[in-house]
Write a protein that binds this ligand. Sequence first.
Ligand SMILES: [Zn+2]
Ligand SMILES: [Zn+2]
Length: 218
Amino acid sequence: MIDLHTHSIFSDGDLIPSELVRRAKVMGYRAIAITDHGDHSNVDFIIPRIVKVCHKLSDAYSIRVIPGIELTHVPPQYICELASECRQLGARIIVVHGESIAEPVITGTNMAALQSPIDILAHPGLITAAEAFMAAEKSICLEVSARKGHGMTNGHVVRMARAANASLVLNTDAHAPQDIIGKEFALKVATGAGMTEHEIETMFRNSELLVERALRMA
Ligand SMILES: [Zn+2]
Ligand SMILES: [Zn+2]
């Protein structure tokens, strides 16, 4: 299992990074990105600390631990500049908190994110065809979410990604120990979203490619 969207106590997760990673390892994870909620107030605080612990945990356990950030409710006009700043601070997986129907994320967030140097547009909700085509053009992955609420539009996201030939990744958006899932449950979520076996395989491969790209940023 590879999971590129998780939260620790550096935002609203329950666990410190060390316990999050240990529990992920026990659940059979090969790689995990820690992507706490960030905006202009905190990215310079969170990212260097996450970078530091990711190095230690990757060394200590046989699991790739990747420092990241999830830009969350950042006004669309500031997403691009803040994403660049996060990259400079050491974030190797940049997620943007997309227009989930479970939250009042401001309209325009999906499109602004897709015009920024990011890796994953998380839970993009009722993503439009134009946005899905932009994701394909920019090689930004769209997320199939295993999280309650955000996952309500997975079927729509899959359909739009399929039409636009955009890449998908499946993440948990884990905030607590019980949110960490095994591959078996990930398969159920993907199948429930209407994906074929071949599409699911490609999606899991996309996560591997993102891990490889993140590691090359070293
Ligand atoms: Zn989010
Ligand atoms: Zn999240």
